[in-house]
Design a protein around this ligand. Structure first.
Ligand SMILES: C[S@@+](CC[C@H](N)C(=O)[O-])C[C@H]1O[C@@H](n2cnc3c(N)ncnc32)[C@H](O)[C@@H]1O
Length: 225
């Protein structure tokens, strides 16, 4: 059920989705059965379009869970393409490793185990695309690393940025325990919209997806009217 888009629209769109290959469909069912949060079908479709258009060779994913989105994205990589994906939760790491092995994608997908906050500073640039799908409260802290690691002309995609629509409400209408996330996510949204090297659009699909294009040096210099 969507908190952002009206349910009848989401329901309708879900009925017209083409079916995926059987491995991806089985993983999707497994995730839903085990209540593991994976990308929504709308975000899956968006990612597939963006991957076809952008044609990345090197992808960084922050937040692997059971490997569903990594495995999906790997289907759009060229022969020499690589994905580095990060997760810190041992249960997810074990499930993801099994799934990546079963899909025979060990040579394409490398799973780094640990907190992204510690791993990100150790990575070498550049990635063509970064998919940020981890703890929302850390997005603003991850942004400087993402900007360092993303190549000029690259694409940063961040999922769940509207936090079930809560982000649009005043902090006084947010339960106290959610206020830190609310504040940090708002700060992330502000930064990606105002950063001079980013061009950003937030789509209210799924739980909200931010698309941020990192301008090249020339594009940054050429100010628009
Ligand atoms: C929403 S799930 C990722 C779903 C996955 N991208 C998919 O669609 O198949 C978020 C994952 O991020 C991981 N995570 C959250 N914060 C993290 C952090 N700081 N470092 C590493 N992993 C993190 C969690 O353990 C969880 O498995």
């Amino acid at each position: 059920m969507s908190e952002i888009t009206q349910d009848y629209i989401v329901d309708f769109l879900s009925t017209i989705q083409p079916s995926s290959n059987s491995f991806i469909t089985a993983l999707e069912k497994e995730a839903h059965r085990k209540e593991i949060p994976i990308i929504s079908f709308e975000v899956k479709a968006l990612l597939e379009v963006l991957l076809s258009l952008h044609k990345p060779t090197k992808i960084l994913e922050i937040g692997t869970a059971i490997g569903y989105s990594s495995i999906l994205m790997s289907q759009y990589l060229p022969q020499d393409g690589k994905i580095i994906t990060i997760d810190r939760y041992p249960y997810m790491i074990q499930q993801a490793k099994e799934n990546i092995f079963k899909a025979r994608l060990d040579s394409k997908i490398t799973l780094l185990e640990g907190d992204a906050e510690e791993i990100l500073p150790t990575l070498e640039p550049y990635f063509d695309m970064i998919f940020l799908d981890a703890a929302k409260g850390q997005y603003h802290a991850f942004l400087p690393y993402c900007l360092r690691l993303l190549r000029p002309g690259g694409l940063l995609i961040a999922d769940n940025v509207l936090h079930k629509g809560m982000i649009a409400k005043s902090r006084y209408n947010i339960p106290r325990r959610q206020r830190t996330i609310h504040k940090r996510l708002r700060s992330f949204l502000w930064d990606i919209h105002h950063h001079p090297i980013l061009q950003t659009s937030v789509l209210p699909i799924g739980d909200g997806v931010a698309l941020c294009y990192k301008k090249t040096e020339e594009e940054t210099k050429n100010e628009k009217l």
